[in-house]
Design a protein around this ligand. Structure first.
Ligand SMILES: [Zn+2]
Length: 449
């Protein structure tokens, strides 16, 4: 059966010959498919010849290894007969009508690395070609450009995440990239075969090969596992990215994939350069700095809420005691914002991090308004008592940014906490179980029962 076909493609071979080629994909009732190249006049036949999943009989197909898989090429001396009525052809036709057209086919033209999760992929030798199942956690708009050799190309980058708490960016091409945004919205679970994974910009990212496939909402058990993870906390988990954004990729620095603990973070932050690095760590709030050199430290400040000219977003600059904003040059609306020095701990170490408003509200589990209200109505001691109750209470997934700043003329690494989210215990438990399994698998003395 011809399951799909590509448009004809003309090019000049290395030895100067004009060649015309068309790739077709064949499948049979073993639920296996193979890509075969047709050449010359056979390739130039009208598209309609290949439409409607005809049965084709080919003789003289040369099969070779190609990109880790196998692909065929019909030799010039070969035979191509469409619409055969041999018994084998009739059998295939029946199979296609009964089940073949809805079967998920295994392509011989893809390498056999098979299904992996993202954590396993992190330590796999690259380049490799794999099958992945994940939830679409992010996608970029479709993007068209002209390649170096003058071809018009369309691509779209999507990021998928799975229950190992990791995510990776995969580039889709052509028609797969052009599918409407709505296909990728609301975090659908997808199954993708034929993802070529390479090192890129210090991270890893994938590209879906033409011979690959992309299925939305597959019904496999792996897809079910991803769906359950997503529903039970995956959707709010901050994922460790395997991929780094490329130049012009936007979105600022990507999260470093190999920093998992506070000890790792401190080591990495000590030698950070001028371009910021991001880390994602699971830890707990250990302490909030409430005094500095014996003086009570303010936990909040008043920020100007006047809309900025142009963007209309709040100005957010710190206003003086009198409520005067130097940027807006007047006394306007102001709101309390938190700015804390917090000490975070995990099993490896602890670290003091400047914690900005959004993250600070989450680790204290109080809004800035509530903090000032308690302090004004019940006094500072009561506020501090409330804050102490949050210490070590909840594991948080925090996002940390480290960069080299200048402090009094000296370069100094500056680390701060940009985001904090309560850890989903189910997902985190699963991640840790995965780590234990990995450790056990690597240890030859231990036997897993
Ligand atoms: Zn202002």
């Amino acid at each position: 059966m011809i399951t799909s076909f590509k448009p004809t493609f003309s090019f000049t071979s290395k030895d100067g010959k004009e060649l015309v080629k068309r790739d077709i994909t064949l499948a049979d009732d073993t639920a296996t498919s193979l890509n075969v190249a047709l050449w010359g006049e056979r390739a130039q036949q009208a598209d309609s010849v290949f439409e409607g999943n005809p049965v084709v009989c080919l003789k003289g197909v040369q099969v070779k290894e190609w990109q880790g898989g196998r692909a065929g090429s019909l030799m010039e001396s070969g035979v191509m007969q469409l619409g055969s009525d041999l018994p084998d052809a009739l059998r295939l036709k029946k199979w296609w009508e009964a089940e073949g057209s809805s079967t998920s086919l295994t392509s011989l033209s893809l390498s056999g690395d098979g299904l992996v999760d993202l954590r396993t992929l992190q330590s796999k030798a690259v380049p490799c070609t794999v099958e992945l199942v994940g939830a679409v956690v992010n996608f970029k708009p479709t993007f068209s450009f002209t390649s170096k050799d003058g071809k018009e190309l369309t691509k779209r980058e999507i990021t998928i995440g799975d229950y190992t708490g990791m995510s990776m960016t995969i580039t889709l091409w052509g028609d797969r990239a052009k599918q409407d945004d709505s296909f990728f919205s609301n975090s659908p679970v997808i199954g993708i075969r034929g993802v070529m994974v390479k090192e890129w910009n210090g991270g890893r990212s994938g590209s879906l090969l033409e011979a690959g496939s992309l299925v939305f909402s597959p019904t496999t058990s792996e897809a079910q596992k991803v769906r359950e993870w997503w529903a039970s906390g995956g959707s709010t988990q901050s994922l460790t990215q395997l991929s780094q954004d490329g130049p012009g990729g936007g979105g600022g620095a990507a999260v470093s994939a190999n920093i998992h603990t506070i000890a790792d973070m401190r080591r990495a932050a000590d030698c950070v350069g001028s371009s910021p690095e991001m880390y994602s760590i699971v830890c707990r709030l250990a302490l909030v700095q409430t005094k500095k050199q014996g003086e009570t430290q303010p936990l909040s400040y008043k920020a100007c809420q006047e809309p900025q000219a142009g963007s209309g977003r709040p100005c957010n600059r710190r206003v003086g005691e009198d409520g005067f904003c130097a940027a807006c040059d007047r006394v306007g609306k102001a709101a309390p914002r938190l700015n804390l020095r917090c000490r975070y701990s995990d099993a490896t170490d602890s670290a003091w991090l400047t914690t900005f408003h959004e993250a600070a509200q989450k680790v204290l589990r109080m809004t800035a308004g509530k903090v000032t209200e308690v302090e004004d109505a019940e006094g500072r001691d009561n506020l501090e008592a409330m804050i102490r109750q949050t210490y070590f209470d909840t594991p948080f997934h925090i996002t940390v940014r480290a960069k080299l700043d200048t402090y009094q003329g000296e370069p100094r690494p500056n680390t701060c906490c940009l985001d904090a989210r309560p850890v989903s215990r189910t997902a985190h438990g699963r991640t840790m179980l995965g780590e234990i399994k990995d450790m056990l698998a690597k240890s030859s003395e231990l036997v897993v029962v």
